[in-house]
Design a protein around this ligand. Structure first.
Ligand code: SF4
Length: 454
């Protein structure tokens, strides 16, 4: 287990690792610290990555509470099935812990396969079933030959670390048991894997038309709106595009090392980022034709998007924003806001990789004071007041902070209902920020109470 965890947290492809000694490289990426699982345990992280595969069943081998921990808490959407909305669990009891529950697990897999007819079953181990030594790999193998379906063990005990480590557990399960197990009918001219896009609020559907318009084929999506089958032939793509580097760079690196598939990191938040990401893909394919398609498509779309943005831009111009979100959005959304004419005062770096932080710094011309490693409600409110900021852009948990401070707020995290990627998402974002800023509720909230006036 120790060696496995060391291999997963060691990420030699990160830019910041290149300058480190061999010993330091092995210590790469944050190690779990006490309380790390408060923001989601490793099991939660594994499920976040795999749950969007909606034509496969997701069975949690553990107590019922693990199921409640992460079930249905993300806004991922799918057209391939609805199995991600089911909460399957073996619901093990004290007696199962004493007597062992491998037979219960096997029965559960068979029951799900027969009753729900999924394309595959992912089986997650949790703290308790790992501690009592359940051999889920063997049970999955036995059940698989009985039900004639792929049954994938995901070794993801929550105690082993953070949500991010769990993302890697999911990647490990895909690489070990899924990728390379099927052949696609047709791979297209420029086939890619799209990694780390979970179709939150339907964002993938804003990005897919862009790829289609320039002639790039998404062979395998990992894992937003993914069908199980497409994960099986991810090894046939000619390039990988990693959207959320922190979560799934492991898969991209494995595909590069074992199948020679190069990868780039990119973003589809903001017009400049969209063009840059597409051009990076074209450079992998070394295709002038693709480059030309991208140039003409992006300049056409930029013009159209600016036309659609026109009604909103005056309300957004020079408005100050505090960005308190995590991961890839901590930098990508800055470029989007900048294109809308807004000014970002600080950005959170809580869940950002070293690369994400570098990109934030690049945006702020190296000004480290613009980084916000930690912040509680009071710090956030003080900053908003100090900088006379007009908007807090954060996750749903911070909504009440904004309400207390009577500051306009927009949710940009996984529970949100609106999609902000691609050109369409850019207009959607501008529209929602404008509506928030101009909501009449703030005029009322900032006015004096009737008894104060009298
Ligand atoms: S896997 Fe462990 S840490 Fe995660 S929800 Fe279950 S018991 Fe809690």
């Amino acid at each position: 287990m120790k060696l496995r965890l060391q291999a997963l947290v060691n990420e030699p492809d990160c830019d910041h690792n290149q300058s480190k000694t061999e010993k330091q490289k092995k210590e790469a990426c944050k190690k779990p610290t006490p309380g790390a699982t408060a923001g989601g345990c490793a099991f939660d992280g594994a499920q976040i990555v795999l749950l969007p595969v909606a034509d496969a069943a997701h069975l949690i081998h553990g107590p019922i509470t693990c199921c409640g921990h992460s079930y249905n808490n993300r806004g991922t959407r799918s057209t391939v099935g609805d199995m991600h909305t089911y909460g399957f669990t073996t619901d093990i009891s004290e007696m199962d812990i004493i007597m062992g529950s491998e037979s219960k697990l096997k029965e559960s897999i068979i029951y799900i396969a027969e009753k729900y007819k999924p394309k595959a079953v992912f089986v997650y181990s949790t703290c308790v079933t790992s501690m009592i030594g359940e051999d889920i790999e063997r049970v999955c193998e036995e059940a698989s030959s009985e039900v004639k379906l792929p049954v994938i063990p995901v070794d993801s005990p929550g105690f082993s670390g953070s949500k991010n480590l769990g993302n890697k557990f999911a990647g490990e399960a895909l690489i070990k048991h899924v990728v390379g197990t099927a052949e696609p009918e047709d791979i297209g001219k420029f086939p890619i894997n799209l990694i780390g896009e979970y179709n939150i609020a339907g964002e993938l559907w804003q990005v897919e038309p862009i790829f289609k318009a320039v002639g790039i084929d998404i062979l395998s999506k990992m894992t937003g709106n993914a069908a199980y089958e497409e994960l099986c032939f991810a090894d046939k793509a000619k390039a990988s595009v990693v959207i959320c580097s922190r979560a799934l760079i492991y898969i991209a690196r494995q595909l590069k090392e074992t199948h020679g598939i190069p990868y780039i990191e990119g973003s589809f938040y903001g017009m400049k980022q969209i063009k840059e990401t597409l051009l990076k893909i074209a450079s992998i394919f070394e295709s002038k034709e693709l480059e030309k398609n991208i140039e003409s498509y992006t300049s056409k779309m930029e013009k159209e998007t600016y036309k659609q943005l026109k009604p909103y831009l005056p309300a957004l111009k020079n408005k100050k924003v505090l960005v308190y979100t995590g991961g890839v959005k901590s930098w990508s959304v800055l470029y989007q806001l900048e294109e809308l004419g807004m000014e970002v005062i600080k950005s959170s770096t809580r869940k950002s990789t070293e690369e994400d932080i570098e990109r934030i710094l690049e945006h702020f011309d190296g000004d480290e004071s613009a980084l916000m490693p930690k912040g509680d409600g009071k710090t956030i409110l003080n900053l908003l007041k100090e900088h006379n900021a007009s908007l807090l852009l954060a996750g749903g948990r911070n909504m009440y902070t904004a309400m207390k401070g009577q500051v306009p707020f927009l949710d940009v995290n996984q529970e949100r209902l609106f999609a902000y990627a691609g050109y369409e998402g850019m207009v959607e974002l501008a529209k929602h920020i404008t509506y928030t800023l101009e909501s009449p509720v703030f005029e009322v909230a900032h006015s004096k109470a009737p008894w104060e006036v009298a």
